[in-house]
Design a binder for this molecule. Structure first.
Ligand SMILES: [Fe+2]
Ligand SMILES: [Fe+2]
Length: 245
């Protein structure tokens, strides 16, 4: 069963276990407002479970915006499931997302850029366009009303059963990035970190691991100081394995 936690007023984290051996989980976020909104949708294979979780908070048929930071299984796999259950909903993606991946959505997405703002009611969403962090089309939505950056695969870490943490998990974060190698270049990552820092986030709602509610500067500094870009020396995801995936 998906775990649901309120991380700020009327913003809910819907979390499912991805890999118990690694304490690796995947989350998406529901903003319960006049225009109910999902930031990410989670995996298609988890849709039945996560749809039930969303149904306990809102009528999913009323969903308006389904924001896709980038098209990928854990970010948008259940997109068409939610689109089919919410007739007035629309996927929201970056201009590059529209150019290269709009075909993955059963209805035409809405495009947003760095000047866009969605008025959800009490909340608003703006967008940081962050190419190659970690895909070409990547963008990071943020809510200026709560100081929350929905930072997708940036600032990933362990979950440990905690929806929110103020602990310093930067060592684990750096170790994970050094092994999986999802950031192609220092320049792209710095460009994204500059944009994140400029909006002065109070909460980092990352979708792997606990939401960070403190030490924001420490997390930013860790990604600036450590070499987590380029080709990694050893990536366990590229090694032969007998483990089922
Ligand atoms: Fe991703
Ligand atoms: Fe991810």
């Amino acid at each position: 069963m998906a775990a649901v936690d309120e991380i700020s007023p009327d913003v809910y984290r819907v979390n499912v276990m991805t890999d118990p051996d690694l304490d690796f989980t995947t989350s998406f976020f529901l903003i319960r407002d006049e225009a109910p909104t999902l930031v990410e949708t989670g995996f298609r294979r988890a849709f039945d479970e996560t749809y039930r979780a969303v149904s306990e908070l809102i009528d999913p048929a009323t969903l308006r915006y389904l924001v896709v930071p980038h098209f990928e299984g854990d970010e948008s796999g259940a997109l068409n499931g939610f689109l089919s259950r919410a007739p007035h909903s629309v996927a929201v993606c970056s201009p590059i997302g529209m150019a290269v991946n709009a075909d993955l959505a059963d209805r035409d997405p809405m495009v947003v850029d760095g000047d866009s703002e969605l008025d959800l009611g009490a909340h608003r969403l703006r967008f940081l366009i962050t190419p190659y962090v970690h895909t070409w089309e990547s963008m990071l939505p943020y809510d200026p009303t709560t100081g929350t950056v929905f930072c997708s695969d940036v600032f990933i870490g362990p979950d440990g059963g905690h929806a929110i943490t103020e602990a310093d998990q930067t060592d684990h974060m750096i170790q994970m990035y050094k092994s999986v190698g999802i950031f192609p270049s220092r320049a792209h990552l710095d460009h994204a970190l500059d944009k994140i820092e400029a909006v002065h986030p109070r909460t980092l709602a990352c979708h792997h691991g606990s939401v960070k509610a403190g030490r924001i500067g420490t997390y930013l500094q860790a990604l600036r100081e450590h070499d987590v870009t380029g080709v990694t020396e050893w990536n366990p995801m590229l090694e032969p394995t007998d483990r089922p995936r």
